[in-house]
Design a protein around this ligand. Structure first.
Ligand SMILES: [Zn+2]
Ligand SMILES: [Zn+2]
Length: 270
């Protein structure tokens, strides 16, 4: 998936919530073919589908500990060790909150006991820094706290391109001030919409929350992911809600392209 024509590229490899709605895999973002945000259980299938080898990944940014965001991590390591990087030449930079190294390590030891110790020690550069440059890319990041299940230590990432373009990945979160504050300076905001309006929870956005957000930020392109509804054209499950035209409910396979002049273009899956 070459990004040569464009200055930057964000591919949406999944757009569903934890329940895997019809036609959607778990929410997953790939930036410039080498930065993953989260590692859902189906991550290998999602990378295969877009033709990206796990060995070319340079960074993984973890938002929080929920299984739909982390349980694919052992599979990523396993694939790199036995298939795409058997000489263990590529280092994977994993950015996460304190405690995450132990948690992901335990996941790997539970899932593939004895197989991934070397990978965990030698093929990963663990980083708990809250801000930093994503080495060998044009991006830097700031991690910020969001409003979600407390035990999962929930965070989002503000990704800043060297051109000045800013992309706000809000992780899993209900409406919160931190997102509103940061959204004012970001061209594109990726919001989760994990629950329909009839479910009451402060930990996710509903369609009504998304509408209110887009009204507060009329100059921001609002993208919706981690969707509770089925994908377009699916007859089973929850139908997609009606949202304002300024809001895009992304589908698996959609991409956001950033051109040299900073203009942005959504490429919908064909
Ligand atoms: Zn989730
Ligand atoms: Zn979550």
């Amino acid at each position: 998936m070459p990004s040569s024509r464009y200055m930057g590229r964000i591919d949406f490899l999944g757009s569903g919530n934890a329940f895997l709605p019809h036609g959607r895999m778990h929410a997953l973002v790939l930036v410039d073919d080498c930065v993953l945000v989260d590692a859902p259980p189906t991550v290998l299938a999602q990378l295969r589908r877009c033709g990206t080898s796990p060995s070319v990944l340079k960074h993984v940014l973890i938002t929080h500990w929920h299984a739909d965001h982390t349980f694919g991590f052992p599979f990523l390591l396993l694939e790199r060790k036995y298939i795409s990087d058997p000489e263990c030449e590529a280092v994977l930079n994993v950015h996460l909150r304190p405690g995450g190294r132990g948690l992901l390590g335990d996941l790997c030891r539970t899932g593939f006991p004895g197989s991934l110790e070397e990978s965990l020690e030698e093929s990963i550069a663990w980083s708990e820094a809250e801000t930093g440059k994503l080495e060998e890319t044009e991006w830097s990041f700031e991690r910020f706290a969001v409003k979600h299940v407390e035990q999962t230590d929930p965070h989002g990432y503000e990704l800043v391109h060297s051109s000045g373009f800013r992309f706000l990945h809000c992780g899993d979160s209900g409406p919160c001030e931190e997102i509103d504050d940061r959204a004012r300076r970001c061209q594109v905001v990726l919001l989760e919409m994990g629950i329909p309006d009839f479910v009451e929870s402060p930990h996710h956005h509903t369609p009504s929350d998304v509408v209110a957000f887009s009204e507060r930020h009329p100059h921001t392109l609002v993208l919706v992911t981690h969707n509770y509804s089925s994908a377009r054209g699916e007859e089973m499950g929850f139908p997609m809600p009606e949202l304002p035209e300024s809001v895009i409910q992304i589908e698996d396979g959609d991409s956001l392209l950033i051109d040299d002049d900073g203009s942005i273009f959504m490429k919908r899956k064909s």
